[in-house]
Every structure is written in structure tokens, then in C-alpha cells.
Design a protein around this ligand. Sequence first.
Ligand code: 13P
Length: 338
Amino acid sequence: MTHQHAKALTETVQALMAPGKGILALDESNATCAARFAAVGVPSTPETRRQYRELLMTAPGAEHHISGAILYDETLRQATADRIPFPTLLQARGQVPGIKVDTGAKELANAPGEKVTEGLDGLRERLAEYHALGARFAKWRAVIRIGAGLPSQLCCEANAHAMARYAALCQEAGIVPIFEPEVLIDGDHDIDRCETVTEHNLRIVFRELQVHRVLPEGAILKTSMVISGSGATRRAGVQEVAERTVATLLRCVPADLGGVVFLSGGQGNVESTRHLDAMQRLAVGRTPWPMTFSFARALQQPALAIWGADRRCVAEAQQAFAFRARMNALAASGEYRE
Ligand code: 13P
């Protein structure tokens, strides 16, 4: 990789990890979007999806708190009602356009109950097209499920291998890879088990990235937090989640990585914000990489509920989204107060 090429990647990383800002995950597949819309009674069509995404991407004030947005293939090709292509709109608001490039998690052969993320076939060509459309970063999500005897080594290795190949192809195309090995919150496991699994899996992920010669400073980890299972009888508190997550990351994440961002993964809106804020306070002077949010549900939920109840309430929904963006931006600086 030439110095110029590496520099372009690190500049994108710096833009995404700008202090006091975070990334909006707006890359729900059509199937996921249909499920979220159905929950609030909105039919899912290309036009309703376009309207909803335009509402979020044009929300007044949110541009001060959002450094970039991850789009789905359909959205990257859509435009505002005034015919401004969404990537152009984001750039004009000082935000980096991004794209989800995996094609989903499918059943992994010989690993009952586990999944491997697909999407490598034709990826080089797709990345070239996405770059031409304005995307400067991409996302790939793998899911690691905790259960009796799970995750298997096979599942962790298969996902890490695919993720490293994705990351290398992204960097070749001048696109910053955000690699997302999500340890799912589903289950009744305790926080100890989540910590063990997260650490084990992250070590495998970073080993594979190194094997595939991925430039650390030109890549971003998107991780779940170290947290009790959603069905656990005793769930760890905010401070414990923050301490264990930061400690686990310090053990596994190389110092030269471009940044760490968090998914919300089914946590409540305020819960996610509290966790981010507590981690940020702990991290001051201790973590070599910047940390911020890359939430989907925890940023969007209140806005989607308002818009779903009455689709004329665009301004109200935008205010709700801009508010969550601002609260998370405060948390990203360790300055959130309730
Ligand atoms: P959540 O914040 O809703 O977990 O979504 C983040 C994401 O991008 C999942 O891939």
C-alpha cells in the first residue's frame, strides 16, 4: 500500500472518529427495515424507506453530532425529494457516506445454531462501484451467539477469516472497513461469560486481520459491549459494564487501530448512552484509540415511533432523533448528565 493510499484511509478514519461525534447506522436490510416499520404500522416500500431515511439524514442540528452514516445498497442509490443523491447530501453536511456490504449471516455448515456472514463473492467489483457512488467506509457484521457450548471455535474462526478478507478488499478500494463482530445480548448468560467470549473472539479477529495484512490505523472495530445476557437473572450495572468493556478492549485491541465504535445491540436508548458515557470517563488517558457510538436502534427508536404514529410529524421525529444524537455525542465526550 502506498503512503498516499494509507493516508487517504487514515483521513477517513479521523473524520469518522472526530471528537464528540459518532456514526449513524442506517443500513437496515429491506427485511430488517420491514420488521421495524411493521412494529409501528408503516408499510415498507422503497418510497417509505426513502422518506424515513431522508427524515433522519436531514434532521436539523444532528449534523453537529453525526460524523457519518452507514447506508444500505438501496439507500446509497436514492435521493431526497429535491433529487439530491443521499451521498451528496451527507457530504454537504460534512458527513462521510458509508455502505453495508455483507449479504447477511447464514447457517454455518457443521455448526448447529451458528451463523457465518456472507458477501465476499464479487465484493471487489461492488466496492469499486460504491466508491464511485461516494462511499468512503463500509461495514461487515458477524454474529456470535452465546449458548450451551457456543460459540464454537469453528464459528469464531470462519467469521474472522471472512471479516479479514472483507477488510483487506475494502482498504484496497480506498474504503475504510468497519468490522463488527457482534456478541449477541440474547440469552441468560452472565457478564463473566460475555467477557470470556468477547475476549476470545476479539483475539481471533485481530489475529486474522494481521494475517491478511490489514492496516490497523485504516480500520475501525465496531463492537458489542461486555454486558449481561438480556435474560440474565442479575444484570450488571452501568459501571461494571463500562469497566469490563474497557478492560477487555485494552487486552485485545492493538494500540494502532483507527478507532472503536459501539453498537447498541438491543439495549435501551438511555442505557446505551449511559454505558458510553461511563466508558468514556474511564478511558481518559488509558485507551490509545478513540471510542464513540455507531448505534442504529438507540439513535432511531424515538423518531421511528413518532413518525410511525403519524407520518406528518416529520419535524417532531427529527427533533427526537437530533436529541438522541446530541445525548450520545455528550456521552462520547464523557459529558452526559441526566
Ligand atoms: P444497533 O445499534 O441497533 O445494534 O445496530 C447497530 C448496527 O449497525 C448493527 O449492525
